[in-house]
Design a protein around this ligand. Structure first.
Ligand code: NI
Length: 159
């Protein structure tokens, strides 16, 4: 297991590419997933898509404090409600902005063995799933941002 370099907006155009479906659930994929989790935890992130470490494969790792989730070839099959929250991205370091996301999502995906799985996410997990799945289509949260709140958060932290 190892950490990998995280690509950054404005520097790495790969972030704008559409990722391709995973076809082989092999050791190479497992190494990628292990490295992605290491990289996410090392950077104190709540989620990471493969493209963020330079690999155009449709897989993401997420941990919103409830344990590690790995999603391969994920698809949102249902979404409900909407909410606006501030979020950040490891590829847009030091910044935060508000984005409108669904309150609840249902996802179909595969696990690392290639077994189909289903997952429901609410609240913070719903945000993380929506945010990470956007990465697979080259979309960054800044594309959907309602308001940049980087400065407001800095002021809050200073008080
Ligand atoms: Ni991100």
């Amino acid at each position: 297991m190892a950490t990998r370099r995280i690509l950054e907006k404005g520097r790495d155009e790969l972030l704008r590419k559409r990722s391709r479906p995973v076809e082989k659930f092999d050791k190479r994929l497992w190494t990628l997933l292990d490295d992605m989790a290491d990289t996410m935890y090392d950077a104190d992130g709540a989620g990471l898509a493969a493209v963020q470490v330079g690999v155009l494969k449709r897989c993401v790792v997420i941990d919103v404090g409830e344990g590690l989730i790995e999603l391969i070839n994920p698809e949102i099959v249902e979404s409900e409600g909407e909410m606006i929250n501030a979020e950040g991205c490891l590829s847009v370091p030091g910044r935060r902005g508000t984005v409108k996301r669904p309150e609840r999502v249902s996802v179909k995906a595969f696990d690392r063995e290639g077994k189909p799985i289903e997952l429901k996410g609410e609240g913070y997990l719903s945000i993380a799933i929506s945010h990470e799945l956007d990465h697979l289509d080259g979309i960054l949260y800044t594309d959907k941002m309602i308001e940049d709140v980087t400065e407001e958060l800095r002021e809050d932290a200073a008080q």
